[in-house]
Design a protein around this ligand. Sequence first.
Ligand SMILES: *Cc1c(COP(=O)(O)O)cnc(C)c1O
Length: 384
Amino acid sequence: MQSAELRSRAWVEVDLDALRANAETVCRAAGPGVGLLPMVKADAYGLGMAEIVRALAGSIAAERLAGFGVAAVAEGEALRAQGWPGRILVFSPTPPAEFERAADTDLTLCLSDLASVSRWASVAGGRGRMLPMHTEIDTGMGRAGFAWNRAAGWGGEVDRLAEGRLRWEGCYTHFHSADGPDLGPTHRQWERFRDAVSALPPDRGGSRRLLHVSNSAGALRCRFPGDLVRPGIFLYGGRVASEHPCPVVSVRARITLAREAAAGTSLGYGVTYVAQRPEQWGTLAIGYGDGLPRILGSAGGAALVHGRRVPIIGRISMDVAVVDLTDVAGAAAGDVATLIGRDGEEEITVEEVAERAGTISYEILTGLSPRLPRVYLSPSAPGG
Ligand SMILES: *Cc1c(COP(=O)(O)O)cnc(C)c1O
């Protein structure tokens, strides 16, 4: 599709220069010598994994870029298919039925229990080659990982199962509250991780295992020692506590109808809105079927038109939403409304939308539906 066609109805703009600037911010915060493993799961948080990987691989120095993180084998396969030759870590416990596929595409599995280590080792045995794994250590997240306080026990077992078949390349944990006001729990998780790692048997190959603990918040706010950091949301323009990234994502839609609504005109399912005076209404070509949270219709949701903030009125439908344009002189069909992003001096942040919708920026971004074309604002550098 041509760029004009991509912008005919409603679309997501992704600023790749801002993405690259945010990656640099994380690199600087993590310090020299620490590798970057960007998390590109869930289609790079809804922004489009292929373009995001191309942009990052073309901009982060090769010795800095330690690989990419995904959450499903299918995502790793897609990343391989686009030509990324380097490390791909599959976080989240992988269903047993997908282990063979993971080996077919040279993915590195993150494992959390002995049965999985044993299964991955037998896949390796069947192929006659070493397969790579990282072990997760549960320091309080609870959803996966070996217990931090029993590392001496499971560590020996993992080592025995891995012998001659698996390359035990790394160990990691995941913080549950690194973006919260109190960093005490995060420091305790770090101490648990450090204690667990020190109880593990040394690597048989004599190399040191890669240690990694930090998501965006950990990398920006705590700067724990480690070999890699695993940022996600901050790269994509999500704020982390008081750390402000460059905005990456804008969501825009065309006004497809602009018309006068006489006093008493009713609007939308359930008629939650009635014009109190002669008003000017604009129908936007975007709805909850595009990922615009339906609750914005009753939670103070807004759009920007001609640089002015206008309220969303009535209930948001699947395919359209309506705004009150009465105070915006000259707004007409064909004009662009901004649901997330900047227009002139005004801005609607992804955090504002998330807060109104009672959720977090992550869910807003990953909820942007495939019906919205992704438009990339700066040509990504070659590579990847
Ligand atoms: C998603 C994820 C991250 C990235 O977290 P952000 O808060 O988006 O930076 C890091 N590590 C793991 C294991 C994850 O699943």
